[in-house]
Ligand binder design. Structure first.
Ligand code: NOJ
Length: 731
């Protein structure tokens, strides 16, 4: 048994080169699907093609996608019986937004702006995953995204660096807890380093070409925040960055991650991305791919076989120093040590824990809470919350009674364990309400349509539960259209037109289930209430009912812009100033930076979201209008709930750097608070304005703070701003 890190170093000195290289390799768990009886393990699938020998299976460092305690126990046992050093195997998995109890997709969770709750969701996911034997989760994803065409936008926190940082840190803390050795933790692996979210034209796996200025100011801080919060691992990305694939990128891994950020944990490639160096045209063959990945600093190759096939030769030929291999192995074994696997390789494997924790009521309650807080009310002309005397309510659409609203990357989540919108409403509506449900609205006959219309006319409210099928977002799910599926769109337009023609009241509520911003201009003009529900997870149906019936007042605010048109992509609020901004009247008359057909801004901007109540901002006061180096300033104001419902407002602090030696964004989020107020209640609130908020990075990633003027705003969104004054900064 290994009792100290020194003993571990000693162990490394006893390992053969082959054993060390095997630790730097991760295989998919399916290979270990061996029969219960003793005997040999048949090497199957690609591992067979690669001519891996059975013995190698007992030397490799980690596996991915083993997802049950019983399975993990069987594999670990067999592995340890055959590993001459008794080095435990490490199990990794994508726990992205829950393991069995599924929380909203990360883009949805981010819209809650509630980092404590997000941290708790990761605690729940860690508890559920760890009892099933998972040691490392491939989360958080800290890829900043400005292009809704990219399918993985659902996994990201959206377009803002501050939200990205806060969310990465909250997730890491939630997964890892206070002590990684505790058996309800998993180690966090930040991904995808770096700038995967900036793939050109939103097309999956495409090129990323970014200036260093932009990389440093927008894209890197999320990963760094995850590392600073203690994440024990990091994953490279599939994309190139400025001509060099991330998996062979010394600048990213050596210069930034190791040198600047002092990251000491293992770096893992993404799935197959070492071999993909060949397809990128960055390596002539597998051997060169292995060489370039190791030289760049990738410690673990995920799944493809280049390390296993070529590293030993590269060391023998002295192309790669054995010292480099030793360092990588030390990082990997250190992680196993920190997870407590050397003292008890079965520490996390807990069959009865699976019974106890998976989908337990406490976890479901948290999922319901976060799902409701994630939802963003986009429109409401008074239809919501649904009023008390609801004799008849109609629920329409493919998401009316379907559990398929967990969203992509939903771990071991199951649609059958999911509360559908219908179930949620049945549980929460008054007993006397009659609920009519029509799940099928696509390509229906005229007879059926007329039937539906008659029901809608008699109903106090009609809820249209529509959206993108789950498989439309996630990895390799890029789209060039940001529309609802055509048959759904057709149905809704026909329904609205008929109701309008017949001068019927439009008591319609559009509830959207989707993984990316959509083009909603027509809906915003024609449907009185729109609720963005994202893919809300296991308790989605309850959360929808909570919001629609007013048991929870919506408080979600968008962390990503919703466009008028896909042609606006990439669209984000914190864009650089231009020489001819459209808001300048003089320039407006001439040529300016704008489109002829849609505005520059979003239909629903970053930070936007309605509530059932109203908030007023009073007595805004910036204490000083000048600060010098080392000083801080205070922004004070009072927030009043002037409406009828208890509610929460996300107050947002924005700063604009008026002039500098680099062109700066027109606005940047620098702080926020989520404030809860009873009807009529007023609270004094303050933000501390620090020097740090006035800093930007130059192209070398160095902090720059210049004397100058900074406009300070309080926002209810990035478009609904209150001027607070101009702050001068002097050195
Ligand atoms: C590929 C994905 O890009 C990555 O996010 C994931 O963690 C790995 N596959 C492992 O499943």
């Amino acid at each position: 048994m290994i009792n100290s890190k020194n003993e571990m170093k000693n162990l490394i000195s006893k390992m053969t080169l082959e054993e060390k290289i095997a630790q730097m390799y991760q295989l998919y768990g399916g290979v270990y699907d061996f029969p219960e009886e003793e005997g040999s393990i048949p090497v199957t699938g690609p591992a067979e093609e690669w001519e891996f020998e059975e013995q190698l299976l007992f030397k490799i460092g980690s596996v991915l996608n083993v997802n049950r305690a019983q399975k993990a126990r069987k594999i670990q046992k067999k592995y340890l019986e055959n590993n001459r050093h008794e080095i435990p195997l490490m199990f990794m998995y994508d726990i992205i937004h829950g393991y069995k109890t599924i929380f909203p997709i990360p883009l949805g969770s981010a819209c809650s702006w509630d980092m404590e709750l997000i941290e708790e969701s990761a605690r729940v996911a860690a508890r559920e995953g760890s009892v099933s034997g998972i040691n490392v989760t491939f989360s958080p994803m800290a890829d900043l995204v400005r292009d809704a065409r990219w399918g993985r936008v659902m996994e990201s926190p959206g377009e803002d660096p501050l939200i990205n940082e806060k969310m990465a840190a909250a997730l890491v803390k939630g997964y890892q807890g206070t002590d990684l050795k505790k058996d309800d933790t998993v180690a966090a692996c930040v991904k995808h380093f770096a700038a995967y979210g900036a793939v050109e034209a939103g097309r999956e796996y495409n090129t990323v070409d970014l200036s260093d200025y932009r990389l440093n100011n927008y894209y890197l801080s999320g990963y760094k925040a995850g590392i600073d919060a203690g994440a024990r691992m990091i994953m490279t990305a599939f994309n190139t960055l400025n001509g060099v694939p991330a998996t062979g990128n010394q600048y990213l891994i050596q210069d930034i991650l190791r040198e600047k950020w002092d990251f000491f944990g293992p770096v893992i490639s993404d799935y197959g991305s070492v071999s993909e160096l060949i397809a990128h045209g960055y390596a002539k063959n597998g051997k060169e791919a292995a060489q370039k990945a190791v030289q760049a600093g990738v410690d673990i190759e995920m799944v493809t076989p280049e390390y296993i096939k070529h590293l030993a030769d590269l060391v023998t030929e002295e192309v790669i120093a054995e010292k480099k291999i030793d360092t990588a192995v030390e990082r990997i074994l250190n992680l196993k040590y920190d997870l407590g696997l050397f003292s008890d390789p079965f520490r996390y494997i807990n069959e009865s824990g699976e019974e106890k924790y998976h989908l337990c009521s406490t976890h479901r309650k948290k999922a319901r809470q976060l799902a409701a807080e994630s939802m963003v009310l986009l429109e409401n002309d008074g239809v919501l919350p649904l009023k008390e005397n609801l004799e008849e309510v109609t629920l329409l659409g493919p998401f009316a009674d379907s559990g398929k609203m967990l969203g992509n990357w939903s771990g071991e989540g199951d649609a059958d364990d999911t509360v559908t919108a219908k179930e949620g409403l049945v549980n929460e509506l008054p007993d006397e309400t009659e609920l009519n449900v029509y799940s099928q609205i696509e390509n229906i006959s005229q007879g059926k349509f007329l039937d539906i219309i008659e029901t809608v006319k008699k109903s106090a409210a009609t809820i249209l539960a529509v959206g993108e099928p789950q498989s439309w977002s996630g990895e390799a799910r890029s789209r060039t259209r940001l529309t609802l599926p055509e048959p759904q769109e057709k149905f809704i337009k026909k329904l609205v037109n008929v109701l309008k023609e017949e001068e019927e009241e439009l008591n319609l509520v559009l509830v959207l289930f989707n993984g990316r911003p959509l083009e909603l201009e027509w809906y915003s003009e024609n449907i009185p209430a729109i609720l963005e529900a994202w893919y809300p997870g296991t308790e989605g149906g309850h959360a929808v009912a909570d919001i629609l019936l007013g048991q929870v007042n919506p408080s979600g605010k968008l962390t990503i812009s919703f466009p008028y048109s896909v042609g606006q992509m990439p669209l984000y609020y914190n864009r650089y100033s231009t020489g001819r901004p459209p808001m300048d009247q003089e320039v407006e008359k001439k040529n300016c930076s704008r489109y002829l057909d849609v505005p520059n801004h979003a239909l629903y901007p970053f930070g936007y979201g309605l509530s059932y109540t109203e908030f007023e901002y009073h007595n805004i006061n910036l204490e000083k209008n000048k600060i010098t180096a080392g000083e801080t300033n205070q922004l004070n104001f009072a927030l009043k709930n002037s409406g009828q419902y208890k509610g929460q407002e996300v107050v947002q602090l924005y700063i604009k750097d008026c002039y500098a030696n680099r062109v700066r964004p027109i606005l940047e989020l620098k702080g926020y608070q989520k404030i809860s107020l009873a009807p009529g209640e007023k609270k004094n609130i303050s933000f501390e304005i620090t020097e740090e908020m006035l800093i930007y990075f130059d192209e070398n990633g160095q902090n720059v703070i210049e004397p100058g003027a900074f406009e300070i705003y309080l926002g209810s969104s990035s478009k609904d701003l209150r001027e607070c004054g101009i702050l001068e900064y002097q050195i």
